[in-house]
Design a protein around this ligand. Structure first.
Ligand code: ATP
Ligand code: MG
Length: 233
């Protein structure tokens, strides 16, 4: 379960302060599939980074599966990231010196899984996202959509309890977006992973069980995915 209690995140940029998240309190249950929507700059990536323990709030508390992230030790945070968390970043963050297969093997290596088993599991994941024919490519040899699908494979290969994804279908054509959505649907059906997906896509928002809509850093509305308005904002 993910819990945010009165979370505020402020960025000071010279004389201007940006209130990226403004006193946000909410709960996401362990097996939920939640879409986070909102205009550009509304605080969606900030929200995700706080849950991922990559950033700390200026006030308030973020608790994930019982672990209070800002008071957790480095060891606990490392353990959380290595074993319990998968993240698909908005800008992918693939390692340029590794090929596709090696990028996807990485989370398993962090867990101490042997190379042979890691390779088998990484290949299964790559097959799932339709990337099996590109496993020897380096990042600069991939299209944007291929980078995205590699990032999704990497985020899921170690079967995390929490999957955070920032615009995971943003660079994909309709067929590949549907493929990714199908993977999310399957994960949500298995009820093993909390899925928090930032999206501008109506299809993704409607597939989710619930939608958290942010406006100027605050939760503007919480609605079931199937009932969210079609006009997006
Ligand atoms: N490191 C930073 N320093 C200063 N301001 C920042 C920083 N990161 C984000 N912001 C500001 O905080 C606000 C929220 O940013 P955030 O990245 O969370 O938006 P977003 O909803 O993910 O937008 P998008 O849909 O464009 O990705 C924005 O106004 C942004 O300019
Ligand atoms: Mg963003």
């Amino acid at each position: 379960m993910i819990e945010l209690k009165n979370v505020t995140r402020r960025y000071q940029q010279g004389e201007n302060a940006v209130l990226a998240l403004d006193d946000v309190s909410l709960r996401i249950e362990a097996e939920e599939f939640v879409a986070v929507t909102g205009e550009s700059g509304s605080g969606k990536s900030t929200f995700l980074h706080l849950i991922g323990g990559l950033d700390k709030p200026d006030a308030g508390e973020v608790v994930v599966n019982g672990l209070a992230l800002q008071t957790a030790s480095d060891k606990q945070l490392t353990e959380y990231r290595a074993h319990h968390l998968g993240i698909v970043f908005q800008f992918f963050n693939l390692l340029p010196t590794l090929n596709v297969l090696e990028n996807v093997c990485l989370p398993l290596e962090f867990q101490g899984v042997g190379l042979r088993e890691a390779t088998v599991r990484a290949r299964q994941m790559l097959h799932l996202v339709g990337m099996e024919k590109r496993e020897r490519h380096f990042v600069h040899q991939l299209s944007g959509g291929e980078m995205q699908r590699t990032a999704i494979a990497r985020a899921l290969v170690h079967r995390p309890k929490v999957l955070l994804a920032d615009e995971p279908t943003g660079n994909l054509d309709a067929a590949n977006a549907e493929k990714v959505l199908e993977i999310f649907r399957r994960i949500a059906d298995e009820r093993l992973t909390t899925l928090v997906v930032v999206t501008h896509s109506i299809e993704v928002a409607e597939t989710a069980e619930r939608r958290i809509h942010l406006r100027n850093g605050a939760v503007a509305e919480l609605v079931g995915g199937s009932t969210c308005p079609r006009n997006g904002e």
